[in-house]
Design a protein around this ligand. Structure first.
Ligand code: A3P
Length: 317
């Protein structure tokens, strides 16, 4: 298998080096444009391998999101829901591990191996746009859950995130520069509107296949949405579990307050594509923080883009 991968990697390397790039965010590597979306070359590598080798199982659950839209939260929740009979409140791996290392990632894991599934765990995460998921994922009975977020908050979150993960020797960029790139669609797994609309349309066409969640709705009525999520992925809460407070236990354990105060998420480091401090995934966890960062003109510009792009889709923010 290793040899297959290394041969394949050479070919993929050639493909990737011929892609258009964008270095405006001044990240470790420039973004590259693959199949109409922008991502890091090491993600493109994994996605290309995944598109070729991944064979979906009907029991798979894809945990998808636009970046900075609540991925960490959705991962923690789906992981807790699916594994709730295996662990108790002191043995849950989320107490000792970042939610990002609790499941393999479609856009990250393939460069190391071809079978990325974790034994006994049906979860696979990704920011990959719906259109670029392998055909077998779309054709099989597996489930896809997707979380998106008001793009104004997602942008502010992305700006702060990139500022933290950018190598120290690279010059920082201003909020205005980042905003320009975001509005042009040149952001991680963007254009953001394509990422959102791809999953939105799939959820409208196939509501039993794709569950479309919004960060703001999850915040407003967490219980309702967590129950919906559990039912959708095929792990519904029994009446008994509900009476025992299982839903609330999971919500509490996955809350921003609780998770961001765990030692592992405060001071731990995880090997993702690169080494990342776990705390970069926990900033404020609030709805509407864009008001503290965007000028009225910026907000207006983004509103117009959102309106234009989503027109006729039935989706609003
Ligand atoms: P802010 O930067 O606005 O605080 P992602 O997980 O997709 O990378 O998104 C990160 C955003 O989700 C950050 O938003 C982060 O604070 C917030 N977040 C992380 N964990 C969360 C949780 N358990 N509940 C709610 N929001 C959370």
């Amino acid at each position: 298998e290793d040899q297959v991968v290394s041969l394949e990697m050479e070919r993929i390397g050639d493909t990737i080096s011929s892609l258009p790039t964008e270095d405006g965010w001044r990240t470790l590597k420039p973004l590259c444009l693959y199949q109409g979306f922008w991502c890091f070359p090491y993600y493109a590598e994994s996605i290309i391998l995944g598109q070729k080798y991944y064979k979906a199982e009907p029991s798979d659950i894809f945990v998808c999101s636009a970046p900075k839209s609540g991925t960490t939260w959705l991962k923690a929740l789906t992981f807790s829901i699916v594994t709730r009979t295996r662990f108790n409140s002191s043995s849950n791996p989320l107490l000792f591990q970042s939610p990002h290392t609790c499941m393999p990632s479609f856009h990250r894991s393939f460069s190391k191996k071809l079978d990325i599934r974790e034994p006994g765990l049906p979860l696979i995460a990704s920011h990959t746009p719906y259109a670029s998921l392998p055909k077998s994922v779309k054709d099989s009975d597996c489930k896809i859950v997707y979380i998106c977020r008001d793009p104004r908050d997602a942008f502010v979150s992305l700006f702060h995130y990139i500022a933290k993960v950018r190598p120290k020797e690279n010059e920082p960029i201003s909020l205005e520069e980042a905003f320009e790139l975001y509005c042009e669609g040149k952001s991680l797994f963007g254009p953001f509107w394509d990422n959102i609309l791809g999953y939105w349309r799939a959820s409208v066409e196939r509501p039993r296949k794709v569950l479309f969640l919004k960060y703001e709705d999850m915040m407003k009525d967490t219980t309702l949405n967590v129950k919906k999520l559990a039912e959708f992925v095929g792990y519904p809460f029994s009446l008994e579990e509900e009476q025992q407070g299982m839903v609330q236990k999971i919500i509490e354990m996955c809350s921003f307050e609780f998770m961001s105060n765990l030692e592992v998420n405060k001071n731990g480091i995880s090997r993702l594509a690169t080494n990342v401090e776990n705390n970069v995934f926990f900033r404020k966890g609030k709805v509407g923080d864009w008001k503290n960062h965007l000028t009225p003109e910026m907000a207006n510009r983004l509103d117009n883009i959102i309106e234009q792009k989503l027109i006729g889709s039935g989706l609003t923010f």
